[in-house]
Design a protein around this ligand. Structure first.
Ligand SMILES: NC(=O)c1ccc[n+]([C@@H]2O[C@H](COP(=O)([O-])OP(=O)(O)OC[C@H]3O[C@@H](n4cnc5c(N)ncnc54)[C@H](OP(=O)(O)O)[C@@H]3O)[C@@H](O)[C@H]2O)c1
Length: 321
């Protein structure tokens, strides 16, 4: 089958399709014929440097998510030809991922997409992005319609999906981005107000403008500041690492988490069928379209990665097989 295989840190121009053996189905796993998949920031990180870590199997076929049809399965609950999506659980890191014609997925991370009218491309834009946005908002931030949500790193696809969901719920949503070039897009998704994130928020925000919930997608680079920018009783959810800092050095919780403020996080490694169903039902009920900026053929995946790496994308990039 055709696939992208990485052996070491790789530039986008060197992402070349090669022939590899089609995986053999085994007990507890589902062989999926990949129809489309979305690209993720974490796949850029994997390609650039994460691949050097021992916990990445090498060579690796990247890709942490996909949608497609069951090709073969020994499991009774997965029938040949049915529509499924798959994400996370080590996909594209500890076992081969979705940048291929076929992908072998543990049944724990393969989910039914029963009788949905959405195209493969639209379905491919949901998986990891909406699961992460949904989990951050509802499991970690306990978001309700009365909340004022502030999103840092709002132009990322997770940021955009979060704005769309929170706005549809009825929340006031403040979107923060490093420049104003995508403010029109963020407003069209439902952001109530947009701000440039170029100075500490905690010292510049007025008390009455403090949000009740902050979704932190820049990460440890701005997390300390976010903890002092949320209202007392509020929650900050650490989900993203767009700022390229992965740890908080010398973090002193007693002094750095203000009294009555809560710090949470979200890790998308544990998707469930119930949540996937909830997301699709919510999108359908609210008449929301999954956000897609561009689609590319598999052959052009290097170009697609280049656009993602340079931050030139205005939504999810989807590869159609
Ligand atoms: N916790 C989890 O399980 C989980 C799951 C999924 C994703 N994530 C993380 O969540 C973040 C978003 O993921 P994604 O796939 O949605 O990202 P993405 O779509 O690839 O986001 C890229 C966009 O983010 C903006 N950006 C990049 N660096 C920035 C910075 N330093 N400050 C502000 N904005 C910046 C850029 O837009 P502009 O050029 O317009 O600024 C860029 O176009 C990533 O850090 C990802 O690793 C975590």
């Amino acid at each position: 089958m055709k696939a992208i295989q990485l052996f070491k840190p790789t530039e986008t121009k060197d992402m070349k399709i090669c022939e590899v053996e089609k995986p053999q189905v085994k007990e507890g796993w589902v062989l999926v014929k990949v129809k489309a998949f979305g690209l993720n920031h974490s796949e850029v990180i994997l390609r650039q440097f994460e691949i050097e870590n021992d916990y990445i199997t090498k060579p690796i076929i990247p890709g942490i998510e996909c949608v497609g049809e069951v090709e073969e399965s020994l499991e009774e609950d997965f029938v040949k030809g049915e529509k499924v999506c798959a994400l996370m659980g080590g996909m594209g890191r500890s076992f081969n991922g979705s940048y291929a014609e076929y992908c072998l997925i543990p049944k724990t991370h393969c989910f039914h997409l029963n009788a949905r009218e959405l195209s493969w491309t639209s379905l491919a834009a949901i998986g990891e992005t909406y699961f992460t946005a949904w989990g951050s908002l509802f499991e970690s931030l306990n978001l309700t319609k009365d909340d004022h949500l502030l999103v840092r790193g709002a132009t990322s696809t997770v940021g955009q999906a979060s704005i769309q969901i929170a706005s549809a719920l009825g929340c006031r949503v403040t979107a923060m981005a490093r420049n104003d070039s995508k403010f029109d897009l963020l407003k069209s998704l439902g952001a109530t107000d947009c701000k440039i994130d170029n100075k500490p928020l905690s010292t510049s925000i007025k008390e009455e403008d403090k949000p009740t919930k902050i979704l932190e997608l820049i990460g440890p680079k701005t997390l300390r500041d976010s903890l002092f920018a949320v209202k007392k009783g509020g929650i900050v959810c650490q989900t993203g690492v767009l700022g390229d800092m992965f740890f908080l050095e010398n973090f002193e919780p007693i002094k750095e988490i203000p009294n009555g403020v809560f710090l949470s996080s979200f890790y998308s490694n544990y998707p469930t069928q119930e949540t996937i169903n909830d997301i699709i039902t919510f999108l359908e009920k609210k008449n929301l379209k999954p956000i897609i900026s561009q689609t590319f053929a598999f052959e052009d995946i290097g170009l697609a990665h280049q656009i993602l790496e340079e931050g030139k994308s205005r939504g999810k990039i989807v590869i159609e097989m």
